[in-house]
Design a protein around this ligand. Structure first.
Ligand SMILES: Cc1cc2nc3c(=O)[nH]c(=O)nc-3n(C[C@H](O)[C@H](O)[C@H](O)COP(=O)(O)O)c2cc1C
Length: 322
């Protein structure tokens, strides 16, 4: 039994698996290219302190390692204020862009004008309707168990609800998938593939910040994460309504989750001098990860991760077929 779905043809990939375009430098060229070389859709994160020039370098660096399709993630609410973040994608003619967090409508049109596929990541059925009206080429239904910024509806309920309204537009599941079992579950819900973030943070090629992000994921269980605004307050970023960040419950997150207004009011005093340079002290660094952290037990090359997921998914499908 094969795992191939029409999504594979749309994106020009072999397996219906993608790595999320994760901000902060985690999903840079080495990870994206390794995933694409293994037959998945590699994702580049675009938002770092270095700005659009960093993204342009990463797009070129990805192309130096792979000739396979890959994708670049963008935050719509940031593009509204800083549209130049999209320029490298248009100028370098990337194969596809994933648009998250905010209204994708103007950006879908801009990408289509440039001949680039627009995949819209949404957290609600209402968000999916907006993305479908905008002409999205695929909808990524992101459940609340996902790592990083996300909404509150679980993948299990969100994916089929969006499949029911998407017509011919493929739906991809994100949130809570870290192995072949999760991928098959997503396919059973009507999705045509799965996008993973947490599993790929713990890939050898991920360039996670040096404060133990990969190790924290490997040592965490499914109930060690928290969905919180604490690190957005630290970063001074205002996210769209209904979106918070799912992170490993670090000591700082445990201390301030539920006391957000206090943190907001006394942020600079709590964080200390280092905020002046724009960089929060290490104890206040996030460790964004989803509930699937409980399924991640090792740091491995991305190609091995994909091979194992495909093999497990095929054996689960064969077992269910019996
Ligand atoms: C460390 C990290 C950073 C992320 N950064 C982004 C981002 O910049 N843009 C985005 O759309 N999603 C981001 N996400 C969410 C992913 O796109 C994806 O929806 C999620 O990782 C899927 O759930 P999973 O973590 O259970 O695999 C991030 C996730 C993680 C774990």
């Amino acid at each position: 039994m094969t795992l191939r779905t029409p999504l594979c043809d749309l994106l020009g990939i072999e397996h219906p698996i993608g790595s999320a375009g994760m901000a902060g430098g985690t999903a840079a060229a080495p990870l994206a290219a390794a995933v694409s070389n293994a037959g998945g859709l590699g994702g580049l994160g675009s938002v770092t302190r270095q700005g659009p020039d960093w993204l342009r370098e990463q797009i070129r660096a990805t192309r130096a390692i792979t000739d396979k399709p890959f994708s670049v993630n963008q935050w719509c609410f940031l593009l509204d204020r800083a549209p130049m973040f999209l320029d490298p994608c248009i100028e370098e003619r990337v194969p596809s862009v994933t648009l998250s967090f905010g209204d994708p409508t103007p950006w879908v049109a801009k990408l289509h004008d440039a001949g680039i596929l627009a995949l819209c990541q949404v957290q609600t059925v209402a968000g999916a309707r907006i993305a479908l009206d905008a002409g999205a080429d695929a909808i990524i239904a992101q459940g609340g168990e996902a790592g990083g910024h996300t909404g509150s509806v679980a993948t299990m309920a969100l994916v089929p609800s969006i499949v029911d309204i998407a017509g011919d537009v493929p739906v991809v599941a994100a949130g809570g998938i870290a192995d072949g079992r999760g991928l098959v579950a997503a396919l059973a819900l009507g999705a045509q593939g799965g996008i993973m973030g947490t599993r790929f943070v713990a890939a050898t090629e991920a360039t996670a910040p040096a404060h133990g992000h990969k190790e924290a994921i490997v040592s965490s269980s499914a109930d060690d994460t928290v969905w919180t605004d604490v690190f957005d307050i630290v970063d001074g970023l205002r996210w769209p309504e209904g979106i918070s960040g799912r992170t490993i419950a670090t000591p700082f997150a445990r201390e301030w989750h539920g006391r957000e207004s206090e943190l907001r009011q006394q942020r600079d005093a709590i964080l200390g001098e280092s905020t002046v340079a724009g960089e929060a002290p290490e104890r206040a660094h996030s460790a964004y990860a989803g509930q699937a952290a409980g399924l991640v037990h090792d740091v491995r090359p991305a190609g091995e991760i994909i091979k194992a997921i495909v093999a497990e998914a095929e054996s689960v499908l064969a077992r269910l077929g019996r």
